[in-house]
Design a protein around this ligand. Sequence first.
Ligand code: FES
Length: 58
Amino acid sequence: MYICICKKITESQLKDCYTKNSCDYDASQRKLGFSLKCGKCKPSVENLLKKSHFKKLF
Ligand code: FES
């Protein structure tokens, strides 16, 4: 499922960035490039990162 339509970034890519590269929000944004075009994905990415089931992966 895409978390950023503009950059075609998937939830899986974001999870991989966090788990494999220990990225924080800013580092993953720089690496993947989400929310750098229209910015509409920023709230949903932030919400995703706050979800407990997502954090359990770290
Ligand atoms: S949907 Fe992510 S920058 Fe537009």
